[in-house]
Design a protein around this ligand. Structure first.
Ligand code: NAD
Length: 437
């Protein structure tokens, strides 16, 4: 099938490339000329494991192309995906739909023949209806179906998630559109992944509900981690002990410095605004947002406590900056709150991230970035492990012990065992690791 993807970011580029990989003819569109020029030279605008090779082979095979010319791409496409950003509006936290609606207007004017317009961007309930209204207004003779097909891929594992989805959600009541979406995904859903047809509003809400649930699960175990510290229990064993129960499941039970990234923070806020607009209170989600915000700030206090109450005049080495490993995405990373609070507390911050430094520079001031973790910890008074990149999980602790000024290790991901770190002469603080007497 001929597919156009509008927006060539984390979701658009991965989706477009994977659709090409399963045999479709895909044009990825972005208004950012720099991104498209880079892609023409084989330079990806994002870091995502395995993606560059897939882009290269599909581009070479002639199934995947890149352009800034939306009209040309849309006019020949049977299916057009909207995969532009929907960031939180500064004023109220609701999803900013200006990019979605701007893309819609352009699509409406470019469409030719029956076209399925699909929102892959995460959009509030009712956005599909609004998109349909815009298209009918801009192009009254257009034959179109507007479908919701939310994306559940995770950055860092995006290609795998797209190719082997747990489920594909398709929100539409049009039989013709459902058939085309089923055909589009057939190579993926033909195996094991179910395709779930629903109404459009229901599909839109499934996405927000999934993210709010996952954010709540993380926040829940983070609060239990606090309790573990207070009562002398080990949160890793608690998580394992409950996660083996099928009704609970072991995923998303790793405690840490609070969730971040480009989805959970903005999607939980947007869901709350939607609920408020309809006179509904989602108290659990409200608490999740508040608890998570407080937690991100509290991580700096954890570092201060490890240093006897203050980091004034001390050098902190932060290892890992992105909100999770295997991505360069810095949006809403907990490292931003941590570093801000440490700097306010009078610390000098040095930082290392395997791939996120370029993005991190846009968000952080007065931080010295080091390309090597050992250079980063040199002369540090305390090391904070922020993101559990593989390369940061297996540091040579003996070597580090010889480089630091004070041997203090704060592991906000429980990537290390306390007894191992302590054996090298460090004082160790983890998350939720209360000492059992
Ligand atoms: P992104 O910011 O990485 O990419 C968006 C791209 O759209 C940018 O390159 C921008 O230049 C382009 N764009 C904006 N307006 C355009 C227009 N009119 N025409 C052409 N290009 C345009 O965003 P992302 O992280 O890929 O997220 C996209 C959507 O997918 C969001 O709604 C997000 O919530 C959702 N989502 C993201 C993830 C994720 O892990 N990042 C996962 C699931 C869903």
């Amino acid at each position: 099938m001929r597919v156009a993807i509008i927006g060539t970011g984390y979701v658009g580029l991965v989706s477009g490339t994977c659709f090409a990989e399963i045999g479709h003819s895909v044009t990825c569109v972005d208004k950012d000329e720099g991104k498209i020029a880079g892609l023409h030279k084989g330079k990806l605008p994002i870091y995502e494991p395995g993606l560059d090779e897939m882009v290269r082979t599909n581009a070479e095979a002639g199934r995947l192309s890149f352009t800034t010319d939306l009209t040309a791409a849309v006019s020949t496409a049977e299916v057009v995906f909207i995969a532009v950003g929907t960031p939180a509006r500064a004023a109220d936290g609701q999803a900013d739909l200006s990019y979605v609606f701007a893309a819609t207007r352009e699509i409406a004017r470019a469409m030719q023949g029956y076209t399925v317009v699909v929102t892959k961007s995460t959009v509030p309930v009712g956005t599909g209806d609004a998109i349909e209204r815009i298209i009918r207004r801009e192009n009254p003779t257009a034959t179109v179906s507007v479908v919701s097909n939310p994306e559940f891929l995770r950055e860092g594992a995006a290609v795998d998630d797209f190719m082997k989805p747990d489920r594909v959600v398709v929100g539409s009541n049009s039989q013709q559109a459902r058939a085309m979406m089923a055909e589009l995904y057939r190579p993926l859903t033909g195996n094991a992944s179910p395709i779930l047809f629903a109404g459009r509003r229901t599909a839109e809400l499934i996405k927000y509900t999934a993210n709010a649930f996952l954010a709540t699960k993380i926040t829940f175990i983070n609060e239990i981690a606090n309790l573990c510290e207070a009562v002398g229990a080990d949160v890793r064993e608690v998580a394992n002990g409950i996660g083996l129960d099928n009704r609970i499941g072991g995923k998303f039970l790793q405690p840490g410095p609070g969730y971040g990234g480009s989805c959970f923070p903005k999607d939980t806020l947007a869901l709350l605004r939607t609920a408020q607009d309809h006179g509904i209170t989602l108290r659990l989600v409200e608490d999740t947002v508040a608890v998570n915000d407080a937690r991100k700030r509290a991580m700096a206090r954890k570092v201060m406590e490890a240093m006897g109450g203050s980091v004034e005049g001390l050098t902190v080495a932060v290892l890992g900056l992105t909100f999770k490993p295997d991505t360069d995405d810095m949006r809403e990373s907990p490292s931003l709150s941590l570093i801000d609070a440490l700097q306010r507390g009078g610390a000098t911050v040095r930082a290392h991230d395997p791939v996120g430094t370029e993005q991190a520079r846009r968000y952080l001031d007065d931080v010295e970035f080091l390309g090597d973790p050992y250079d980063c910890v040199e002369g540090a008074d305390v090391i904070v492990l922020m993101t559990e990149w593989d390369s940061l999980r297996r540091l040579d602790l003996r070597r580090i012990r010889g480089l630091v000024r004070q041997p203090v290790f704060v592991d906000l991901r429980n990537a290390y065992r306390s007894d191992v770190v302590e054996r090298f002469g460090f004082r160790f603080t983890g998350i939720g690791l209360g000492a059992e007497q």
